[in-house]
Design a protein around this ligand. Structure first.
Ligand SMILES: Cc1cc2nc3c(=O)[nH]c(=O)nc-3n(C[C@H](O)[C@H](O)[C@H](O)COP(=O)(O)OP(=O)(O)OC[C@H]3O[C@@H](n4cnc5c(N)ncnc54)[C@H](O)[C@@H]3O)c2cc1C
Length: 377
């Protein structure tokens, strides 16, 4: 199949998500961003479309989308609002972890409900002192009979407040980096303290919080991987996550491009629309070319992922698409002039939202490190 070709089903999903983004997500975005409140009715709408079960197998009531369909959905939802797309992709990371590593009992217990949208899932890897290098984490899950006792702090956790289930990475021996292990922690356990929502530059409708684990006890059966197999599991899942962020960057950039195309034809200066001015036309041409290139890289990475490994392509796609989101939103603000700089317009939010795509799920510098490593190996 050619890189950009979609099946009939994928085309139908793309169209349905595009319509939902235009009709249901974008109209809520300004208020949700302003009030820093997640639009729960939009989440319920995604659940009705089966998209909260994107990475849940069909036998558990999920959509069971492959990487290409998931990329199409991520792009479409981010066209509506990045905060919603981020919440969905992190929920999908959590369901992926349970689908891929959970026991049948865990899958029976959690996946049908999560496919229906609630409980929301979160993915807790980063810590205050361990971001780009999660092997430096200090959260500990100490074995104690048929339980683990968890102590430590996680930082920057998307869906931190909304989640009812957390995928947690912790060391069974704090002094041994090779003991990182993956666990499932229900949201209602004693000793789990969810921090205040971070007050962020962008992505303001998404709840990003710290999590403090103070003597949290979970049964040993909540361990998702063998002791020590947690980091490789996290990196495997994050390869898919990076393709999702690349796709979201494309959706955000496309939204900025569409806004700029429309505005440049409406806004008159010097006796005609600014779209007649060569400097503006060149901006539009460059924006459109980069968005298309980013979409091609993202689809290519998704296809490679469907066929097996895709670490190189996922990092290339995330690196390029997130820079495209920054470039395109910056140019969209410029094309809107003063109207691009105020909060009533949409491009101001797109510009603020774009920055995070270069930071989370591996910064641009880390993506380049992965690309170089893959090239040189
Ligand atoms: C809004 C938001 C949501 C997030 N959601 C989640 C979530 O749901 N779950 C989760 O676990 N985490 C989440 N994160 C954390 C995110 O993944 C980390 O912020 C990111 O991995 C970077 O880690 P850091 O912030 O500790 O930066 P650091 O690792 O301290 O990096 C600081 C700077 O140094 C650079 N740097 C570090 N090491 C190297 C190197 N070896 N080579 C070159 N440059 C380097 C980085 O690129 C960066 O520019 C989120 C973060 C934000 C802001």
């Amino acid at each position: 199949m050619a890189v950009m070709e979609l099946s009939d089903e994928q085309t139908a999903v793309r169209n349905a998500v595009r319509e939902f983004a235009r009709e249901e997500i974008r109209p809520t975005a300004l208020e949700a961003d302003d009030e820093q409140e997640f639009p729960e009715e939009v989440w319920d709408g995604l659940a009705e479309m089966d998209l909260t079960g994107l990475t849940v197998p069909e036998e558990y009531g999920g959509y069971d989308a492959g990487p290409v369909t998931a990329a199409v959905v991520n792009e479409g939802v981010a066209y509506g609002m990045l905060a919603v797309a981020t919440a969905l992709s992190v929920h999908s990371l959590a369901t992926s972890c349970i689908s891929e590593f959970g026991s049948e009992t865990q899958q029976d217990r959690w996946l049908p409900e999560m496919a229906d949208g609630r409980p929301v899932g979160a993915f807790a890897l980063s810590e205050p002192h361990a971001g780009s290098n999660p092997a430096e984490m200090s959260t500990r899950a100490k074995p104690d009979g048929d339980e683990y006792v968890i102590d430590g702090e996680k930082q920057w956790i998307t869906n931190g407040e909304r989640a009812g289930v957390y995928i947690l990475f912790a060391k069974t021996d704090r002094d041994d980096p090779s003991t990182v292990t993956q666990f499932l922690v229900p949201g209602d356990v004693d000793g789990l303290i969810v921090g205040e929502k971070e007050d962020k530059l962008g992505l303001r409708a998404s709840d990003t919080t710290s999590l403090t684990f103070d003597g949290v006890r979970i049964p040993a059966e909540n361990r998702l991987t063998e002791e020590g197999a947690g980091l490789s599991a996290a990196f495997h899942i994050l390869t898919g996550g990076r393709i999702a962020i690349a796709a979201q960057s494309v959706g955000l950039a496309q939204c900025a491009l569409d806004e700029a195309l429309a505005y440049s034809q409406e806004r008159d200066q010097f006796g005609g629309p600014i779209a007649d001015i060569q400097a503006i036309r060149h901006k539009l041409a460059e924006m459109a070319t980069r968005v298309k290139a980013a979409r091609l890289l993202t689809r290519d990475a998704a296809r490679k992922r469907a066929a097996g490994g895709a670490a190189l392509e996922a990092s290339m796609a995330k690196y390029f698409a997130s820079e495209t989101a920054m470039f395109t939103t910056n140019e969209a603000v410029q094309i809107h002039g003063g109207y691009g700089y105020v909060t009533e317009g949409e491009v101001e939010r797109l510009y603020r939202d774009a920055k995070i795509t270069e930071i989370y799920e591996g910064t641009t510098e880390i993506q380049k490190q992965v690309i170089a490593r893959e090239l040189l190996e």
